[in-house]
Design a protein around this ligand. Structure first.
Ligand code: XLS
Ligand code: MG
Length: 400
């Protein structure tokens, strides 16, 4: 399925710094980033974009309502951006509140033990929601960011999850009460980085938390695959499979990752590992007839960045195109795998077993299950050939 694609502001704005060295690329303004994105939209590469509040406007805690004040820089900037986006039909799909950049949130945003800092975080979330509404965004994403810890004795374990619930309920209440365009909300889990440990480490953590919110029906997850689950050697297949089955996967963040490492955020399919895992992930999306969209969340490889004004624009434009082309490659391969009847047949050798008892199992027919006569020897001696299935997929992935 040819999916709609989103490229966020923060990905094109990245200057490719890392903890060991400063930026490699010149920074660009939000208007310049917007022009790169609008250009990509005009070329038919992308459909949507998304942003943190901080990617497009700066935050002044002394003026929490500046987005409403026509004389403010914030007001002028968002109007100028929207004009450019409207001219080419580029849609702001999602907004997310940066609770990681400003130093005041260093010990947490929504979960900060200081109620005054939690109130600042709440004000910033409300401003982000209003900015999202101005652009007509549909989604608000909560990325767990600095809501985490390094020292377990420095956490009051009775509070962090309660505070996350309060913060997220506040976001949905604010959007509803003000009839904002944002009707759906997502949690983006991550195991660590920037904190040593983060409170919502995996897709499962996020789904568990959602069940405790005031209105779980408006919440979903947007795992970042392969990166965030891969950082702790968890699999993308598992994250996407569970979220889709729960009906809670509106969109995915996409990039590449070497399992077990720091958050690589490498461009789609780029790097040593991940080709087979990504093929498997996108094949699952096809097989489960998932209808959501793809949002890239990665940045230019630091090695491939360069200083200077010309690079600042061209490298970023090439990066958008590169991601889209890489995605289309793997999407095409996944479509082929999903439509391949021979592969279905080989899978059916393991997955296509039928028995009258399955009806009883599906119906929770306790009596029928209890009385079912199962030939233990026969089923126990039946050999499964998962490796053969994998071999067939390897051949198909390699085009042989
Ligand atoms: C960081 C996250 C972040 C979110 C948006 O690792 O991927 O960029 O996607 O806040
Ligand atoms: Mg992300």
């Amino acid at each position: 399925m040819k999916r709609q694609l989103s490229m966020p502001f923060w990905c094109v704005k990245s200057t490719c710094g890392d903890p060991f060295g400063g930026p490699v690329m010149d920074s660009i303004t939000s208007l310049e980033a917007c022009e790169i994105l609008c250009d990509a939209k005009k070329q038919g590469l992308i459909d949507f974009t998304s942003t943190h509040d901080d990617d497009i406007v700066s935050w002044d805690p002394e003026h929490p309502m500046d987005d409403q004040d026509p004389s403010s820089e914030c007001y002028k900037t968002i109007h100028a951006l929207k004009e450019k986006m409207d001219a080419v039909g580029l849609k702001m799909k999602m907004v997310t509140c940066s609770l990681h950049g400003n130093q005041v949130f260093r010990n947490g945003g929504l979960t900060n033990p200081d109620p005054e800092i939690r109130a600042l975080a709440a004000q910033k979330v409300m401003r982000t929601l209003r900015i999202g509404n101005f652009f007509g965004a549909e989604y608000f994403t909560y990325w767990v960011a600095r809501d985490g810890f390094e020292c377990q004795f420095a956490v009051d374990w009775a509070t962090p999850y309660k505070y996350i619930e309060q913060g997220l309920n506040l976001a949905t209440r604010y959007a509803k009460e003000n009839k904002l365009s944002i009707k759906y909300f997502t949690i983006e889990p991550k195991p660590n980085e920037p904190r040593g440990e983060m409170y919502l480490a995996t897709t499962g953590h996020a789904l568990g938390l959602i069940s405790r919110l005031e209105d779980p029906s408006v919440w979903g997850v947007n795992p970042e695959l392969l990166q965030h689950e891969g950082m702790t050697n968890l699999s993308a297949a598992n994250a996407a499979g569970m979220a889709i089955n729960a009906g809670k996967l509106p969109f995915l963040h996409i990039g590449n990752q070497k399992a077990g490492q720091f958050d690589n955020d490498s461009p789609t399919l780029t790097g040593m590992d991940g080709l087979k895992e990504m093929a498997g992930l996108v094949w699952i999306l096809e097989k489960l007839d998932w209808k959501g969209h793809i949002e890239f969340d990665n940045h230019v490889l630091r090695t491939d960045a360069g200083p200077g004004k010309a690079n600042a624009i061209q490298v970023r434009k090439d990066f958008v195109k590169f991601n889209v082309e890489s995605w289309r490659l793997i999407e095409k391969k996944a479509e082929q795998l999903a439509a391949n009847k021979d592969l279905d047949k080989i899978r059916a050798t393991v997955l296509g077993k039928t028995s009258p008892v399955s009806k009883a199992l599906d119906a929770y027919d306790l009596k029928a299950i209890q009385e079912a006569k199962i030939d233990y020897k026969k089923v126990n001696e039946t050999v499964t050939s998962n490796a053969n299935i994998d071999f067939a997929f390897n051949k198909a992935i390699l085009g042989m």
